[in-house]
Design a binder for this molecule. Structure first.
Ligand SMILES: [Zn+2]
Length: 169
């Protein structure tokens, strides 16, 4: 009988056993994620993609989406199930390119070059995004609706400022 003896009992460790843990396996990178996570911890693919919920986007292959996007800006998005976003992207590319070229030719080369560069930038990023939409990596895309709206607003402001400067000169 020794009252000072330490408790011998090892506290039961609630081990997160692999067998009973409820996980889902990422379709893209094969990482096991807890069911509470709505997106993969490694690559951020949505759990809904794994369960086939996002079936509206895998209409074409990523390569074809890029090709369509380079041919007609925004068309790759449309073919990947993002018609409205594609239309907005196509619109801002055309708007920037047309007004940029016009301003460039009328001697407003600063505004013109800025708009042409914006058109080229959106055009190239759109091709990248088309690839991501077609491969189910929606969360990796850069040209989200809010971004496209902002770019469009900036382009319109530049056009208005350029026009105002022209008419007041
Ligand atoms: Zn993953």
């Amino acid at each position: 009988m020794s009252p000072a003896s330490p408790p011998a009992a090892v506290p039961p460790v609630a081990s997160p056993g692999v067998g009973d843990a409820r996980t889902w396996t990422c379709r893209v990178c094969d990482t096991a994620n807890p069911v509470e996570a709505s997106a993969c911890s490694a690559c951020h693919t949505s759990i809904f993609d794994v369960f086939g919920g996002g079936d509206a986007q895998a209409v074409i292959t990523p390569g074809a989406a890029v090709a369509w996007s380079l041919l007609v800006p925004g068309w790759g998005h449309a073919r990947a199930g993002q018609g409205l976003l594609g239309a907005a992207i196509g619109g801002v590319v055309v708007l920037s390119a047309v007004f940029g070229a016009a301003l460039w030719q009328t001697g407003m080369s600063g505004f013109g070059i800025a708009l042409v560069l914006a058109a080229v930038g959106v055009y190239l990023v759109a091709a990248l995004d088309a690839f991501r939409w077609a491969s189910g990596q929606a969360e990796e895309t850069l040209l989200r609706p809010a971004v496209v709206k902002t770019v469009t607003a900036v382009v319109l402001v530049v056009v208005i400022v350029a026009a105002a400067t022209t008419f007041s000169a």
